[in-house]
Design a protein around this ligand. Structure first.
Ligand code: PBG
Length: 321
């Protein structure tokens, strides 16, 4: 394994990031709110199952972030869907416009995380490119993913968050960023990401459902613990600054072990299906959404999560976090 320089300064570069990384308290600083922007959208469209979460235009997302800032949220995870999909060459003009528009508006008041993946760009909806035999074309996939990460960094993204689960992507992105003078941009890898049934509402929102097969060739098998731990160790060795487990509740048993083995902070992603389950149950009068969310967040934190990505981040402050 090639060594990359570890820079502890990367996670110290601004107050929002330092608050996110403080380990001894638990507050709205530790939450990350996903934001969906789609090139084809004019008026906000509510995402099925995810109460108060919308697919938005650039203008819509700026209004939303503004109101979320008033609710104490400072970390936003951006998912961008372009109008045009392709199987090999990708135009990132819209992506760059979304990122730079948001950053120009809010500057250093927020940390803008960008999900780096191919699934919303490819016409087949997979997180990779394929060769002529329908096998994963890893070399070209890593090249594209690293280029995407670089263009997001150039547009002003504060945190690069690769979610593709391709072998070697963290190292490839790190080297690409370092070569282009972005050696201070943190990479937060989706390091232990299972092939899960709980991503359903998201795939609708990000228009990223695979048109054939599934993602089991590259996402993790929920039956295997050692592989799940190894995947995070791999990202740590490749130079990730923080790690992530996903889905949230189905991965809580892994967090502490990953923390101990890597000495890196590990966050938990409460994914769309987990969140929708609670929203829809409340809609049917079966439970109280806020109280149930509070319970799940405390359990993730108890299990060792440093930060929590959740569709309810904007509710956290009024719930007392
Ligand atoms: C893109 C990506 C996915 C999610 C985050 N980034 C979908 C997937 O891998 O299929 C899921 C998030 C959620 O369900 O809330 N690769």
């Amino acid at each position: 394994m090639e060594r990359v320089e570890k820079k502890l300064h990367r996670l110290k570069s601004n107050q929002i990031l330092r608050d996110l990384c403080s380990e001894t308290n638990f507050s709205v600083s530790h939450f990350v709110q996903p934001v969906f922007v789609n090139e084809s959208i004019i008026n906000n469209e509510e995402i099925l199952g995810l109460k108060d979460n919308f697919v938005m235009s650039i203008e819509g997302s700026i209004k939303q972030i503004d109101s979320d800032i008033a609710k104490g949220v400072r970390n936003f995870l951006l998912f961008i869907s372009p109008q045009k999909k392709s199987s090999k060459s990708f135009n990132l003009g819209f992506h760059q416009k979304v990122i730079s528009s948001i950053k120009e508006e809010f500057k250093d008041d927020i940390n803008l995380w960008t999900d780096v993946c191919l699934c919303s760009l490819t016409d087949h909806g997979h997180c990779c490119l394929f060769d002529n035999n329908q096998s994963i074309d890893l070399d070209n996939t890593l090249k594209e993913i690293s280029n995407i990460a670089l263009s997001y960094a150039e547009a002003g993204s504060d945190i690069i968050a690769p979610s593709d689960m391709m072998d070697g992507r963290t190292l490839s992105i790190r080297k690409t960023l370092d070569n282009k003078k972005f050696s201070m941009k943190p990479i937060v890898s989706y390091s232990t990401k299972f092939s899960s049934n709980f991503y359903g509402p998201f795939r609708e929102a990000a228009s990223s459902a695979p048109s054939f097969g599934d993602r089991k060739q590259y996402q993790l098998d929920y039956r295997s613990k050692s592989e799940a731990i190894r995947a995070s160790i791999r990202c740590a060795e490749e130079g990730a600054d923080m790690l992530m487990v996903k889905p949230g509740l189905t991965s809580i048993d892994l967090i502490n072990e990953i923390r101990e083995k890597t000495n890196l902070m590990v966050g938990s992603y409460q994914v769309s299906g987990e969140y929708a389950g609670l929203c829809l149950s409340e809609e049917k009068g079966l439970l109280n959404l806020n109280e149930s969310l509070k319970e799940t967040w405390h359990v993730m934190r108890r299990a060792g999560a440093q930060y929590i990505i959740t569709y309810g981040a904007r509710l956290a402050k009024e719930m007392g976090f």
